[in-house]
Design a protein around this ligand. Structure first.
Ligand SMILES: C[C@@](CO)(OP(=O)(O)O)[C@H](O)COP(=O)(O)OP(=O)(O)OC[C@H]1O[C@@H](n2ccc(N)nc2=O)[C@H](O)[C@@H]1O
Ligand SMILES: Nc1ncnc2c1ncn2[C@@H]1O[C@H](COP(=O)(O)OP(=O)(O)O)[C@@H](O)[C@H]1O
Length: 296
């Protein structure tokens, strides 16, 4: 592809997720420590000859999106919104390489939308500051602002209140999805009971290594685990498989599921865990990766 720009859309990991309340419009307020993995989808963009926007899908998970209309894809929705708000008359040829499972709690669609905003600002020469793009991002989804921000972030509100935090110590992860999509609204609707107190996480704490980080994370949880497991019991098998692998420091579900992550001290342990889990469960999506390095 000539003149093409390439933008990664990294998988989003909710290291913990506390549901702290519910707004009148039905959205839930959260406290969540978010980081990104060095794996994910890829957006490619190049100028179009006219003012049309096109989107092509490639990659192993593209078939999961093939039946949905292109206009509904978060990549197209992000592109159209950006064009409307900034009065852009140019078109673009976009390609989404879909590597992440769809509707799986690691924000693939949200990361795609954020990466599209970033790449099209470059392609169309829009000098937008992050603060100007944040409201657009929120219109696309509660998780899009954090994906636009990147790095290590403490996320509050419904996803729009973001506090960038110091980089976490490096660690390896294994991401596992049982190959079944779960719907985010269905999981939030199935949640009941008390809310978790807000601000339990000290934003200024630092960690000597991943073991210290895992110790602190163990004091927190993912409040969407119970409703998710109730709707899809296989999530328990996924967490057990991660937790049983040698060296696992923490196994937990991300977002509204069904993808779970395991934290491991080094890449060799993560690779061994990933191949053992993949061999025993050929229908599962299994990916070993690292926390994405700090930007800039
Ligand atoms: C749960 C989280 C945690 O990071 O991740 P995922 O599981 O999606 O990866 C996010 O809050 C998901 O964000 P996102 O997937 O963008 O949600 P949206 O499209 O805005 O909302 C879909 C639906 O989820 C519910 N929702 C979403 C976010 C939120 N803070 N409270 C909610 O109650 C609402 O029912 C809403 O109609
Ligand atoms: N580019 C995209 N990638 C993934 N899902 C998309 C995309 N565009 C639209 N969607 C829709 O958004 C929903 C949420 O997808 P996704 O962001 O992958 O899930 P989650 O928010 O649970 O991580 C899916 O049901 C899917 O139909």
């Amino acid at each position: 592809m000539h003149n093409q720009l390439i933008e990664p859309a990294q998988a989003k990991i909710n290291l913990f997720l506390h549901v702290t309340g519910k707004r009148e419009d039905g959205y839930h307020t959260l406290d969540s420590l978010v980081c990104f993995a060095d794996c994910g989808d890829i957006i490619r963009a190049r100028p179009a000859d006219d003012d049309t926007l096109t989107l092509a899908l490639t990659g192993p998970m593209a078939p999961a999106l093939a039946d949905a209309s292109t206009a509904d894809n978060l990549v197209m929705r992000a592109a159209n919104l950006l064009r409307d708000r900034f009065g852009i008359r140019q078109g673009a040829e976009l390609i989404l390489e879909k590597n992440l499972p769809v509707a799986s709690g690691i924000g693939g669609g949200s990361a795609d939308a954020a990466a599209t905003l970033r790449v099209l600002c470059k392609l169309w020469g829009i000098p937008a500051r992050p603060a100007e793009l944040a409201p657009l991002a929120l219109e696309l989804g509660a998780d899009v602002p954090v994906c636009l921000e990147g790095g290590t972030v403490f996320m509050q509100g419904i996803g729009e209140q973001l506090t960038p935090l110091a980089p976490l110590p490096g660690f390896s992860m294994v991401l596992v999805n049982p190959g079944k999509a779960v719907s985010t609204p269905a999981i939030f609707n199935a949640r009941d009971g008390e809310f978790t107190e807000a601000d339990l996480w000290a934003k200024d704490q630092s960690f000597a290594d991943v073991t210290a980080l895992a110790d602190a994370l163990r004091e927190c949880r993912n409040d969407l685990t119970l409703p998710a497991v109730t709707l899809l019991p296989e999530i328990c098998d996924v967490m057990d498989a991660l937790a049983r692998a040698d060296g696992c420091l923490l196994a937990r579900m991300s977002g509204s599921g069904a993808t779970c992550f395991g934290l491991y001290p080094d890449a060799q342990m993560a690779a061994r865990a990933a191949s053992a889990i993949a061999n025993a469960n050929p229908d599962w999506w299994v990916k070993d990766c690292k926390i994405a390095p700090p930007q800039g």
